[in-house]
Design a protein around this ligand. Sequence first.
Ligand SMILES: [Zn+2]
Length: 283
Amino acid sequence: MDNKKLENKIKSINNYFSVKIIGKTYLKNKIFAINKIFNKNFRWVVITGGIHAREHLTCDLICYFLERLKKIKSLPYNISFVPLVNPDGAGLVLNGVKNLKQKAGLLAINKSGDFSLYKANARGVDLNNNFDANFDKNFSGIYRPSPHGYYGEKPFSERETRALRDWTKKISPFFTISYHLKGEEIYFDFFQDELRRERDKKIAEVFAKSTGYKIKSTQKCSSGGYKDWCVQKLKIPALTIEVGNDRFSHPFPKSELKQICAQNKNIFKDISAALKIFEKYNV
Ligand SMILES: [Zn+2]
């Protein structure tokens, strides 16, 4: 979904959550954090979606989580959802450039009027490469604005990554989950020391068991990601969860959303288990 649909969704659930605008994008879209506070002394978890434009179905998945959460009276942690980190990109994928003032520049980045496979933000930066985590290791070989894989001029050159960085630092979560599409895989590693690696792997295993997804190592080919930054700089467990079966291609069929929601329905129980593991290790 795009930011407009998300705003309508937020209006319909406003009574159950506290909603904050954590940033504004190049195309003047708001970036929302939707928060559920069970107890102000509890630790936080951050759950993000839609950092890659064409993966905006993860925003729909988070809306499903919000509906579920409406009915839950208590949990041992607080949750902050950032359902659509890249609203400009999602808008381009779903609505194209139409009458945008920035049309010419966007067409020059995309080299086509078809934005259905676009991943970057409206400045042609891949936001999940723009975090300060081994930023100099450019694995894409792309050095200019592009529909995907451009890291940006420097870490946090983008409004969206600065917004997510500042919000994350402010609430200081014990754990973060980033939803991406596709592959039914879970990534957790980014050069942790031995004990933290053991802790983070145990948490990944909780989610692998409940979703049926496979744990995969990506640390040899990943840099600049939100998960990478959380692990390296904040030293907390952080998962990237790639939902959606690989037999489908992008643009990913929306009809699969039901199956994806079913696979991820235990999320709140799994985060409770993650919290127990986190507290047990105390590293
Ligand atoms: Zn992605």
